[in-house]
Design a protein. Structure first.
Ligand SMILES: Nc1ncnc2c1ncn2[C@@H]1O[C@H](COP(=O)(O)OP(=O)(O)OP(=O)(O)O)[C@@H](O)[C@H]1O
Length: 614
C-alpha cells in the first residue's frame, strides 16, 4: 500500500536543487529521500547513478530494504540508486585514483590490528593516552600519521584513518577528478549529515560543486562527537550551498499510535509532559546480577511471545545496553538457561577486535612450517591479540600482558642461544607447549574441522592465555557455511597441500567483511551497545543497564554499565540524553526500560530538569 505522504514529505518531492531535510527520529527522512531519488533517476544518463551515502553498513542494509519494499519504485529505479558507506565509497576512489598522491597502483587495506602493530614502536614510547598532555597527544598523533603515510606510500597499505583526508585532498586538488566523480553521481544523498566529520565534509564540499546534494539530518541525533562531528556542520552546509530547507520535525511514522517519540523529546528536554506514555514501559530490578538477568530474560521472553503471536515472521527486537561489557555479559547469559528460564536465541553485536586478532592466531597455527621464524610470528600475533583485544578501549592490563609475553619470549631465545632453558614458571613455557601440540595436530583439509580442532586444543590446553584466545574465537562467524574465508582456505589446501596463506586469507576475509554491504537488517533478537542502534529500527526495544555495588552501610562503591556514567547527575548532560533518546526511539511498538530499583536512571527522575537547568 503506497504511503500517504506528510505535507513536509510532499514539499521535499516538489523541490529541486540542493536540499536539507531535517526531522526527528522516524519522521520519514530516509523514506522521502528514497522517493526523491527515484524521481531524480528520470534525469540520469545511462552510466549515472544516484548515490546514497551512509555511515554504517547496518543503515545501508535498512535503506536497501526500504528501497525494495517501496512498492511505487520500478525495478529500473531501484537499480539506479547506489547505496554505500562513506568507507567503502572512499576505498573505491582510493583504489582507482590513489596513485595520484604518489601511492602505488595496487593498494591493500591495513587492518586495525596490523595498523596497531605498524605503529607500536611509536605508541610504546608514550604513556596511556589519558595521561598525556595536549602537546604530547598532538606529537604522538603526528608521528603516527607520518608512519602510516609512509606505510601507504612505500607498501601500498592504507589504514582506515587515511581514507577521508586522502580522498578530500585528491578531490580538492583536481577539478578533473571532481568532474569525473560527480559526472557519475549527479545526485548524492547524505544520510545522518549531522555526524559528518571535518574530512568527510571536505569531500562533500568538493563534490557539491557539481553534484546536487540532499542532506538528511537530525541535529539532536548527533552522538558521534568523539569522532569529530561538529555541532555547526548544518550551518556550514547552509552557508556553502544555500539549500532549500525542510523540517519534518513533528511527524513520527515509526511508532505511530504510541507516545515513544514524545517521550524521546521529553528526555531531551529533561521535562516530562506526562506521567505515563503509550508504548513506553518502565520496570525495575533488584541490584544484583541474577535478579537483573532474570528480570531481563523474563521481559525479553514476554516480548518475544507478543511478537510471535502477531504472526509477522520478520519481527525484530533489540536489547540495548550502555557498554560493550554488558553486551557480552547479557549475551553470555542468553546463551544458557537461567533457572526455569530457557536460553534465548539471539545475535550479539560484539566488537570484532578480539575475535579477529584471535582468528589471526589460529590462522598462523594452521599455516605451518618456517621453524623459529614461524614461532616468532605466532608469539607476535598472540601479543598483538592482548594489545588490541579491547579495540579503542585499550586497557593497561592488555598492554602489559602483551609486553610480558614479548619479554618472556626474548628471554627464551637468549637462553636457548646459551644452551639454557627458561625458568619453569615463565609464562612462555605453557604457551610453547600448546604451540607444539597444535603444530603436531594432523590436519585434514576441511577448514572447518581443522579450525575447530586447533581452537579446541588452545581452549583446553595448559596455557591460560591461549585458552582465552580459543574461547574468544568460538563465534567467529566469518567461518560460517559458504563464506569466502572457508572457500579460500579450502582452495589454499587444494592448490598447495596445506594452508600456506592462512594468515593472509583471514586478514583478507576481514577486509571483505568490512566493505560488504550485504549485511541484513536485524531479525529476531539482537543484543547491542546503545551506540550501535543508531539508524536502525525494531518492533520492540528493551533498554537494560547495570546497577550499583554497595558497601554494607549502603554507600555506593562502583556503578558500572549505566546509561548515564555512574548514574550521576553531573554526567546527565546532552550527550547522555541524545544517546538515550536515539535508543528509545528505535522501537515501532514498544520500548521497555529496565533500571535498578534502588538507583533509578537519573534521566527518568522528574526533578532532573531543575538540577540540570535544561
Ligand atoms: N508518510 C508516511 N506514512 C507512513 N509511514 C511512513 C511515512 N514515512 C515514513 N514512514 C515509515 O516510518 C518509519 C520511519 O521512517 P524513516 O526511516 O524514513 O525515518 P527517519 O526520519 O529516516 O528516521 P531516523 O532518523 O530515526 O532513522 C519507516 O518504517 C517508514 O516506512
Amino acid at each position: 500500500m503506497p504511503l500517504e505522504l506528510s505535507q513536509g514529505q510532499k514539499d521535499v518531492l516538489a523541490a529541486d536543487g540542493d536540499l536539507l531535510v531535517k526531522g526527528g527520529p522516524g519522521s520519514g527522512k530516509t523514506t522521502v529521500s528514497i522517493l526523491k531519488a527515484a524521481q531524480l533517476t528520470k534525469g540520469l544518463r545511462p552510466t549515472q547513478r544516484i548515490l546514497f551515502l551512509s555511515f554504517a553498513r547496518a543503515t545501508v542494509a535498512r535503506v536497501m530494504e526500504a528501497i525494495v519494499e517501496e512498492e511505487t519504485l520500478t525495478v529500473d529505479e531501484r537499480g539506479l540508486i547506489a547505496v554505500d558507506t562513506y568507507h567503502s565509497f572512499f576505498w573505491s576512489m582510493l583504489k582507482t585514483h590513489g596513485y595520484l598522491t604518489g601511492w602505488p597502483r595496487k593498494l591493500t587495506v591495513l587492518t586495525p590490528p596490523s595498523e596497531a602493530a605498524a605503529v607500536s614502536h611509536i605508541t610504546s614510547q608514550y604513556k596511556a593516552i589519558s595521561r598525556l598532555t595536549e602537546a604530547e597527544r598532538v606529537e604522538r598523533k603526528g608521528r603516527i600519521n607520518e608512519q602510516l603515510q609512509r606505510v601507504a606510500r612505500e607498501q601500498g597499505q592504507v589504514c582506515f584513518d587515511l581514507f577521508a583526508p586522502t580522498v578530500a585532498g585528491l578531490l580538492e586538488s583536481s577539478a578533473k577528478l571532481r568532474r569525473l566523480v560527480t559526472g557519475k553521481y549527479p545526485v548524492i544523498i547524505l544520510d545522518e549529515f549531522q555526524d559528518t566529520n571535518a574530512d568527510q565534509w571536505r569531500v562533500v564540499k568538493a563534490l557539491g560543486e557539481f553534484s546536487t546534494l540532499i542532506a538528511l539530518a537530525d541535529p539532536e541525533q548527533r552522538i558521534f562527537d568523539f569522532i569529530g562531528a561538529d555541532p555547526k556542520r548544518l550551518d556550514h552546509f547552509v552557508e556553502t550551498f544555500a539549500p532549500k530547507q525542510f523540517d519534518l520535525a513533528g511527524d513520527n511514522h515509526r511508532s505511530k499510535g504510541t507516545e515513544i517519540a514524545l517521550f524521546g523529546n521529553d528526555i531531551l528536554r529533561g521535562k516530562f509532559s506526562k506521567g505515563a506514555y503509550v508504548g513506553v514501559v518502565f520496570d525495575t530490578f533488584a541490584s544484583a546480577e541474577m535478579p537483573s538477568i532474570i528480570k531481563l530474560k523474563g521481559t525479553v521472553l514476554a516480548a518475544r511471545g507478543r511478537l510471535v503471536a502477531e504472526g509477522n515472521q520478520g519481527w525484530s527486537m533489540a536489547v540495548l545496553v550502555p557498554t560493550k561489557r554488558l553486551t557480552r555479559l547479557v549475551s553470555d547469559h542468553f546463551r544458557v538457561s537461567t533457572g526455569q528460564l530457557p536460553a534465548i536465541f539471539h545475535d550479539a553485536a560484539i566488537d570484532m577486535d578480539a575475535a579477529i586478532l584471535g582468528a589471526e592466531v589460529i590462522a598462523s597455527l594452521l599455516q605451518r612450517g618456517g621453524g623459529e621464524a614461524h614461532r616468532t610470528e605466532f608469539i607476535g600475533l598472540v601479543s598483538d591479540y592482548f594489545r588490541g583485544k579491547n579495540g579503542d578501549e585499550a586497557t593497561a592490563s592488555g598492554i602489559n600482558e602483551a609486553a610480558a609475553i614479548a619479554k618472556s619470549y626474548s628471554t627464551l631465545i637468549e637462553r636457548a642461544a646459551e644452551g639454557k632453558p627458561v625458568p619453569k614458571n615463565s609464562i612462555i613455557v605453557p604457551m610453547i607447549t600448546v604451540y607444539n601440540e597444535c603444530q603436531g595436530l594432523p590436519l585434514t583439509g576441511d577448514p572447518d574441522a581443522d579450525w575447530t580442532a586447533v581452537r579446541q586444543l588452545m581452549e583446553q590446553g595448559a596455557c591460560k592465555r591461549l585458552a582465552e584466545i580459543g574461547a574468544e574465537t568460538r563465534n567467529v562467524r566469518l567461518l560460517g557455511r559458504g563464506t569466502q574465508l572457508r572457500q579460500s582456505l579450502s582452495q589454499d589446501w587444494r592448490n598447495l597441500g596445506g594452508y600456506r596463506n592462512a594468515l593472509a586469507i583471514v586478514r583478507g576475509a576481514f577486509v571483505q567483511e568490512h566493505f560488504s554491504n550485504r549485511s541484513k537488517p536485524e531479525r529476531g533478537i539482537s543484543v547491542m551497545n546503545m551506540h550501535k542502534a543508531k539508524g536502525k529500527q525494531f518492533d520492540e526495544v528493551i533498554i537494560f543497564e547495570g546497577f550499583p555495588r554497595r558497601k554494607h552501610n549502603g554507600e555506593i562503591v562502583s556503578n558500572p554499565n549505566r546509561i548515564v556514567r555512574g548514574n550521576s547527575r553531573e554526567n546527565a548532560g546532552s550527550d547522555a540524553r541524545q544517546n538515550f533518546r536515539v535508543s528509545v526511539t528505535r522501537a515501532k511498538k514498544r520500548t521497555t526500560i529496565l533500571t535498578p530499583k534502588d538507583d533509578v536512571c537519573v534521566l527518568l527522575l522528574s526533578d532532573i530538569e531543575s538540577e540540570q537547568g535544561a
